[in-house]
Design a protein around this ligand. Sequence first.
Ligand code: RET
Length: 251
Amino acid sequence: MFEAVLDNAALASSIYLNIALAGATILLIGFLIRNVTDTRARLIAMATLMISVVSISSYMGLASGLTIDMLTMPEGHPLGGEEVMSLWGRYLTWTFSTPFILLALGMLAGSSADKIFSAIVFDVFMCLTGLAAALTTESYLMRWLWFALSTAFFIGVLYYLLVQWPEDAKRQGTSDIFNKLKVLTVVMWIGYPVIWALGNEGLALLDVGTTSWGYSALDIVAKYIFTVILVLYVAKEPKEVTTSPTAPATV
Ligand code: RET
């Protein structure tokens, strides 16, 4: 699979560019937070750093061919009976990267531990059931049922992002920055199931290179641009970040 990636220019560039961007983001965060001493500010910044640590590992998995396989699609799939290249490592590693995005956002909002934990639980199962959708090769219907279950968990995540955390952010005084990152996150995250549905593993309207670029483009905004906006704010150690939150449990 290593060679197959290199032979496809669109696919290779969608992977190698992200390795470079994740590496650059890690170095940039390290530089920006070198003088930050507050525990909450550092924890939020370190959570964002972990997003790129997972990302560089994820894209290394894809570049090396370790987490890519040719899967025979079931009857009913537009490419039924044919082998389709699945970059399943993406779905696996989202399980590790997306919780850090939510941890950073939940802490920025000054939310409570129970709400941050619940959002992350929904998120982890959204990713794992997405992985199951991609790896199911015996039934076309079951692929879409996994997709539907994953979407249900995604709605759980959106509930915290759109309903609970904006209230907490208001109380914490971080509404401006939180709402900016909330919109960025919600809009980008909705793009992932859309790419899955249109991509080579779903309705197969997009080829493998275009599908991979779809995810890579979303990743650039949802991870690196998100990180830079958040770390530039947190590195100033504003009192809204350094003050311990008082948000109530889920209501
Ligand atoms: C899948 C397919 C099944 C339905 C849904 C999905 C949602 C995926 C999302 C992924 C976000 C990934 C990010 C990665 C950054 O490292 C699994 C595509 C709802 C929202 C932000």
